[in-house]
Each structure stands twice: as structure tokens, then as C-alpha cells.
Design a protein around this ligand. Structure first.
Ligand SMILES: [Zn+2]
Length: 300
């Protein structure tokens, strides 16, 4: 039985400045510590990760902050020109340093997506607490899903990886730059449950619960938009029959894109797969039309 205690927790919002649920949650809890202070005996720090992007209500100012936490980025000695690389080093000094000596046991990073992802709990390592707690939440919340994105922690660019363990809480669909009251309230409830479950873990009780059967959606590969050979502007949209169908089975021969001149492009490849982040607006610049996952049933 794993008994390593969770003594320090960071709740982060605004890692992307226009994902407003986490921004508002952190602002609210900063003003009203009574919202969370009694839930867990661990030390809980709140952080607005990218205040400059929050002010601009944009994803980032110079560079995507949530792609700036690889060990290579953090190790750059010269003072970086771009704001987010400086901020990543600052956050790493405050809550890391990334690696075995980190000050933070658990980091909960609250994001939004424009895709129809529901309450998506992204775990990047097979950490016993985050697996167990996330499995509990799939039972307690409607529309809660587990996305496993295996990462080599040192190379991973995500903020969460400065901590020993992390969950990226990705809630949608919500238009970037805006708030949705129902989503806000449910997300707050979900983050509070993680804190309560951390307390349950520290008392040794969460470990004693019977294993929970969960569908695990594991990252397989990202899919870009169709482009002409040799590069150029995208030539197609997500197929109308696929839009909004995150986590649904996609098989070889199913409709994938609709070209600008009205033709269907079918999926060809390993199947079945389960697309997520379908048409996420922030991923246009990354040339990701969707991420394909594979589904397994596991006991967590
Ligand atoms: Zn985000």
C-alpha cells in the first residue's frame, strides 16, 4: 500500500490566460480562503500561473506557458526574452524545482477547452493517488473522463510536471475568454473533491477503497488538418458528423473531414480509435485537428 503523504498542493488557474474557469476559481479562493481551507490538512497554495495572459485574456503573451516546462527550457541560463519562459522559471523556483526534490506533492491545473470534452481528467503518470482519486470522480460526476497522456516527466513541457504528481483538469465545451456559471460551479466542486480525497489518502482510507473499473483513453497520436502536399493552408473542416463527438469510437472508413469543395475525407488507419480535443480552437496554431486515443478498461 502506498502511504507517501500529500503535504503540499498547488491549485493553478490561468496557465492559459483565456481559460477563465481556473482564473475565476483561483481569484475566488484567494478572496475567500474559507472555500477550501477546511477540506484538507495539506498546505494548499493558489497560483494564477500566467497573470500577463490573464490580463490580456489571451492564451499567452509570447509563447505557450504550458509548453515551457521541459527540463531543457528550465535549464536555460540566460534570462529569456519571452515572458512565458521567464515565468516558467519563476514558477519552477516557487513550486519545484522539477524533479525528486520538488516542494510540491500534487498540482491541480485547471484548464478549459472549446471541445466537447466534459470533465476531462488528464493524468500523465501512473501515480497511485491521482489514478485512484480520478477514478472516484468518474463515479461521482456526470460526463467525467480519464485521458492518460504518458509523458517522460523531465521532457514534458507541462506546468503540472514541476510537482511529484499532477492532474490537468480540462473542462469543456467553453468558449475561450468567457465564463459559464454551470461549468464554474461544477469545476469548483470537482477541485474541492480532489482536496478532500487527498485528505482521505493521507488518512490511509482512499487506498482501502475497492478498485474502480474505469475507461482509460490513452494518447495514441495527434491528427492535423488536411493540407496540400508540400504544405500550405488547411483544405478541410471537421466532418459535421464527427464534430462534438469526443470519446466516440472512430473506425476505418468513418467520416473525418469535409473539404472546402464539399468532399468527405474518411478515416484510414488503426481502429477503433477515440478522438478527443476535436476542433479545439487553440490547437489550430499547433496544427492539431484532434487527438486520437485508444480505450482500455482498467481497474484503478
Ligand atoms: Zn489550457
Amino acid at each position: 500500500m502506498d502511504m507517501s503523504l500529500i503535504n503540499t498542493i498547488v491549485v493553478a488557474g490561468g496557465t492559459h490566460g483565456n481559460e477563465r474557469t481556473g482564473v475565476r476559481l483561483v481569484q475566488k479562493w484567494m478572496e475567500h480562503p474559507e472555500c477550501y481551507s477546511s477540506l484538507c490538512s495539506a498546505k494548499v497554495d493558489l497560483v494564477l500561473s500566467n497573470p500577463e495572459a490573464v490580463r490580456l485574456n489571451r492564451r499567452y503573451r509570447d509563447f505557450d506557458l504550458n509548453r515551457a516546462f521541459s527540463q531543457t527550457c528550465l535549464d536555460v541560463n540566460a534570462d529569456p526574452q519571452q515572458y512565458e519562459f521567464r515565468r516558467a522559471k519563476e514558477l519552477n523556483a516557487l513550486y519545484g524545482p522539477k524533479g525528486a526534490a520538488t516542494k510540491t506533492d500534487l498540482l491541480l491545473d485547471v484548464h478549459n477547452t472549446g471541445s466537447n470534452m466534459g470533465n476531462c481528467l488528464i493524468v500523465s503518470a501512473r501515480d497511485p493517488f491521482t489514478m485512484r482519486a480520478s477514478a472516484v470522480l468518474t463515479q461521482e460526476f456526470d460526463d467525467a473522463w480519464i485521458y492518460y497522456q504518458p509523458e517522460e516527466r523531465s521532457a514534458s513541457p507541462y506546468f503540472g510536471t514541476v510537482a511529484k504528481a499532477d492532474v490537468c483538469i480540462e473542462i469543456g465545451p467553453q468558449q475561450h475568454g468567457t465564463l459559464d456559471a454551470a461549468i464554474f460551479e461544477e469545476t469548483e466542486r470537482l477541485v474541492k473533491r480532489y482536496l478532500e480525497l487527498a485528505e482521505e489518502w493521507n488518512r490511509g482510507e482512499l487506498q482501502k477503497r475497492a478498485p474502480i473499473k474505469v475507461d482509460v483513453y490513452t494518447q495514441f497520436k495527434d491528427l492535423g488538418y488536411p493540407k496540400p502536399q508540400g504544405g500550405g493552408a488547411i483544405q478541410a473542416m471537421i466532418h459535421p458528423e464527427l464534430l462534438g463527438k469526443d470519446y466516440r469510437e472512430l473506425k476505418s472508413g468513418d467520416k473525418l473531414f469535409r473539404t472546402f469543395d464539399g468532399k468527405d475525407i474518411l478515416y484510414e488507419g488503426e481502429s477503433p480509435v477515440y478522438p478527443i480535443f476535436i476542433s479545439e480552437p487553440a490547437y489550430y496554431e499547433k496544427d492539431i485537428a484532434m487527438s486520437l486515443t485508444k480505450k482500455t478498461v482498467e481497474e484503478w
